[in-house]
Design a protein around this ligand. Structure first.
Ligand code: FAD
Length: 426
């Protein structure tokens, strides 16, 4: 129950995948939290709210496991056993010489620990697990639908004002309000940002043959065309046909025409790129589109405010790492804030929040810029760049330790891992 002036340790603005998970994790660590979102919870869990899937790294899955969320997600999660990367030369796989002879194969079995390279989960199932956990947490209040309209940050505490009147008081506010974060700009935190001349077209397809847990990244001149293996069930345990989720990166000026095609013409365009290796392909749901952009906050903290998730860094989906970065933000914050509280420090002070910023900003900036570079290198047909990437792919493919490094990178299992992300012992 929220009164006109309710007090919490932490108020989280934005109850998306990042803000929601932060509420669960910080609640579990003993902080009282309010999470505010403009959307209604039931809408957020609906299939029509977000048609994307997320490639969850195995380091992120450890966080879900430790927070008790994984049991609800696991039946809806398809393990990625292999990743195949192919350099395409033309719009259609069926054109002569369309596929370069250089390809990369990442095989999870090479890591020797029986872990997949990650899991593909429909976003609605991640949201459902997170929102259900919030509903069951006694020290977490979900305030939704409610729009934040104001905020002030004083030496003695922060206040967040909601559109319908209540003011929430806390020691710390987390901005989890997405890539256009209004909290971030109101606090004067600057960003480096640019639009990609690309749109991400997302669709689910059904196909005749099983995908065997293989994710494909087919690099076309307009950008990557990813085919991501999905479960064959629909969340209610009902068996569906074999399914994959597509993330088709297309030139922004060409995307509207593809999106406007009728179902059969759209299916043919997909088949041209998808190929026939899984048999006949049909559409298994609506199509979605996302304008792609890069946004990186120059600072992740101000007095009594910290940025997490896309509010801190929104990156190209080429490597499927955007949300995984957000999960690591949350796990790092749990360590930083718990340690501060345990020694009696003010969790909203800059001395504490700078520890968070030091831990996360360099790590996410390097991954964000790496994905930007990858996109620039692969989304073109410029012969010298084509040669450079083919040579690079050949080298990675031939050198086993390099292949294993990239697989660990995909699993987000490198660098300074927070406690929630540490490998399980035994
Ligand atoms: C095509 C595509 C594919 C992707 N695939 C992957 C992948 O495979 N793996 C991966 O790791 N990442 C992936 N990502 C990235 C991932 O989807 C995002 O990083 C993630 O969804 C960001 O979550 P968030 O909670 O930070 O932000 P958002 O989802 O934007 O949530 C922000 C929330 O804040 C709320 N809000 C905003 N303003 C207010 C306000 N004033 N008052 C109240 N509430 C407010 C909104 O209602 C919203 O719910 C992909 C992205 C795209 C575009």
């Amino acid at each position: 129950m929220v009164n006109a002036h309710s007090e919490f340790d932490i108020v989280i603005v934005g109850g998306g995948l990042a803000g929601g998970l932060a509420a669960v994790a910080l609640g579990e660590a003993g902080f009282s939290c309010a999470v505010v979102d403009a959307a209604t919870p039931e809408t957020m869990k609906d299939a029509a709210f977000d048609g994307r899937t997320t490639a969850i790294s195995y380091a992120s899955v450890r966080v879900f496991r430790r927070l008790g969320l994984w049991d609800a997600v696991a039946p809806e999660a398809e393990p990625i056993r292999d990743i195949l990367v192919t350099d395409g030369r033309a719009k259609s796989r069926f054109d002569k010489g369309a596929v370069s002879s250089f390809a990369l194969h990442f095989d999870s079995r090479e890591l020797g620990d029986d872990n997949p390279l990650g899991w593909i989960v429909e976003n609605r199932f991640l949201r459902r697990a997170i929102l259900d956990a919030i509903a069951g947490a006694s020290n977490v209040a979900l305030i939704a639908p409610a729009k934040r309209t104001g905020a002030s940050f004083e030496p003695g505490g922060a206040s967040v004002t909601l559109e319908n009147g209540p003011v929430l008081q806390s020691d710390l506010v987390l901005a989890a309000d997405g890539r256009f974060s209004a909290l971030r700009s109101e606090a004067g935190l600057k960003t480096n940002e640019w639009r990609y001349a690309q749109t991400g077209i997302v669709a689910t397809v059904a196909h005749e043959r099983p995908h065997d847990g293989v994710a494909q990244e087919f690099f076309l001149p307009s950008g990557p065309f990813a085919i991501l293996p999905m479960t064959s069930t629909d969340g209610g345990g009902r068996n569906l046909t074999h399914r994959s989720s597509l993330v088709w990166t297309e030139h922004a000026d060409a995307a509207p025409a593809y999106l406007a095609l009728d179902d059969e013409a759209f299916r043919v365009e997909i088949e041209n790129r998808f190929g026939s290796y899984l048999g006949a392909v049909s559409l298994a749901g609506p199509r979605w589109s996302y304008p792609l952009a890069f946004t990186l906050a120059q600072s992740y903290a101000a007095p009594r405010l910290a940025l997490i998730g896309d509010a801190a860094h929104a990156i190209h989906p080429i490597a499927g790492q955007g949300y995984n970065l957000g999960v690591k933000d949350i796990a790092a914050l749990v360590d930083v804030l718990t340690e501060a509280r345990d020694v009696g420090l003010d969790i909203g002070s800059m001395a504490v929040l700078q520890n968070y910023q030091r831990w996360r900003r360099f790590d996410s900036a390097s991954l964000a810029l790496g994905t930007d570079l990858l996109n620039r290198l692969f989304s073109n047909d410029f012969p010298p760049l084509r040669l450079a990437r083919d040579v690079g792919m050949g080298a990675v493919g031939a050198i086993a330790p390099l292949r294993r490094f990239f697989m660990r990178q995909a699993g987000a299992d490198l660098g300074n891992l927070p406690s929630l992300m540490q490998p399980e012992s035994g």
